[in-house]
Design a protein around this ligand. Structure first.
Ligand SMILES: C[S@@+](CC[C@H](N)C(=O)[O-])C[C@H]1O[C@@H](n2cnc3c(N)ncnc32)[C@H](O)[C@@H]1O
Length: 390
């Protein structure tokens, strides 16, 4: 495909996404219907779509309209790509700009537009991030690197970097935590690499790795990952502690990959259904990596930023409180209840923890880790609560 045709395809996909369709599924459907597109084409189209979604409001403003076509026009203008090499350039690219489009002026900017956030969310974002609100919002317009976690039971970080290099993947260690590697080139080769197949590396953001490193000292002998999903956190804890690690999720189907992932990593994780939880209790550490808006990871899932509603945030707060209530009886005396989200919003973080502590005098707040999104990591929140005598 020509570069212009890739932009035309991105406009086609974005038309559906702007109408409410999920980005990833729309890209997959487009690829199925357009078999002539090769892997490089698909990757380029995906990048255009995600670049727009990260900065949808400001790009539409720069393109003078709220359509997908205007957003791509805004993207070209922002990135200094000559507009006539794409619009009206032939080669199955988008049609030439109309006179109105050529003369379109940048729409007026509010702070929420500059922050590329929905209007209703901007005050909550400011309240949560204070002085860092605008800079953090604007950072979320940029692509985030892929980060890997080295399974230290399988090898060292230097060995992992060397193994990845043998498969043509350029990577480098990350300073903040001794398990993290940033992929610099050829991230799409990771899943097929021998370092991945042999369990030497797993895909995991640096923020999660920093948080799990912090939990090592309170793991004790028995750990329960109460909201395990695909098991990313449980795998990290199993690799880095001597504890027996259990995993649970209300949606048991989500845990389907934990067995194969644990086997690859050479660690043991026992998955538990709801009726098994009490049988193995109490646990020295119960981690609640709660369902949340994911606002700290919106560089990777930018369409979620535009889909989120105030009602969703209320629903998350209810679920988060429920998770802590249900997990509470499983914690051993002197043990730790850890609450985590990948959100930066207070309503999902401190507010949930404060409400829990106001109800339960037998828990005492210990450490809190608040990671604001940066080039090297996503946003993350972790608080540890010690179970004490009431
Ligand atoms: C943020 S995800 C977990 C991600 C996972 N820990 C990881 O590292 O890959 C939240 C998970 O919580 C689960 N969940 C939601 N409500 C729950 C509840 N009441 N009890 C247990 N799990 C719940 C969801 O099914 C979802 O898999």
């Amino acid at each position: 495909m020509t570069p212009a045709a890739r932009f035309a395809a991105a406009i086609e996909v974005l038309d559906d996404v702007f109408a409410g369709a999920p980005a990833e599924r729309t890209l997959t459907t487009w690829a199925r219907k357009n078999r002539f597109a090769g892997s490089k084409d698909r990757a380029a189209i995906r990048n255009h779509v995600y670049d727009v979604l990260r900065a949808r409001r400001s790009l539409c403003a720069a393109g003078g309209d709220t359509t997908a076509r205007a957003a791509i026009l805004g993207l070209l203008r922002r990135d200094g790509i000559p507009v006539d090499t794409v619009f009206g350039a032939g080669g199955y690219g988008p049609a030439a700009l109309s006179l109105d489009e050529v003369g379109s002026a940048t729409l007026p900017h509010s702070d929420a537009v500059s922050a590329d956030l929905p209007d209703w969310l901007w005050p909550l974002w400011q309240e949560s991030l204070g002085q860092a609100a605008m800079a953090t919002a604007q950072l979320m317009r940029h692509r985030a690197s892929v980060y890997l976690r080295v399974n230290l039971s399988r090898g060292t970080r230097d060995e992992a970097v060397a193994a990845l290099a043998r498969d043509g993947i350029v990577s480098k260690p990350v300073d903040q935590v001794n398990t993290a590697i940033e992929v610099i080139e050829n991230e799409r080769k990771v899943a097929g690499s021998s370092a991945y197949a042999s369990g030497l590396v797993e895909v995991q953001d640096t923020a999660s790795q920093i948080a799990m490193a912090q939990l090592r000292s309170v793991a004790g002998r028995r750990v329960l990952d109460y909201c395990a999903g695909g098991g990313g956190k449980a795998l990290a804890l199993a690799d880095q502690t001597d504890a027996t690690v259990y995993a649970h999720d209300i949606d048991q189907a989500r845990m389907a990959d934990i067995g194969p992932r644990a086997q690859r990593a050479g660690v043991q994780i026992t998955t538990l259904g709801p009726s098994d939880l009490m049988r193995h209790a109490p646990y020295d550490l119960v981690l609640c990596d709660a369902p949340c808006s994911g606002s700290g990871t919106w560089r990777r899932t930018p369409d979620a930023k535009w889909r989120l509603t105030p009602h969703d945030l209320d629903r998350f707060s209810v679920m988060q409180a429920e998770v802590l209530e249900n997990a509470k009886p499983l914690v051993a005396q002197g043990g730790t209840l850890a609450y985590a989200t990948c959100s930066v919003l207070n309503s999902e973080n401190d507010a949930v923890v404060d409400a829990f502590l106001a109800k339960h005098g037998d828990f005492q707040r210990q450490e809190t880790l608040k990671l604001v999104p940066r080039a090297e990591h996503d946003g993350f929140f972790l608080t540890t609560l010690l179970k004490i005598q009431p």
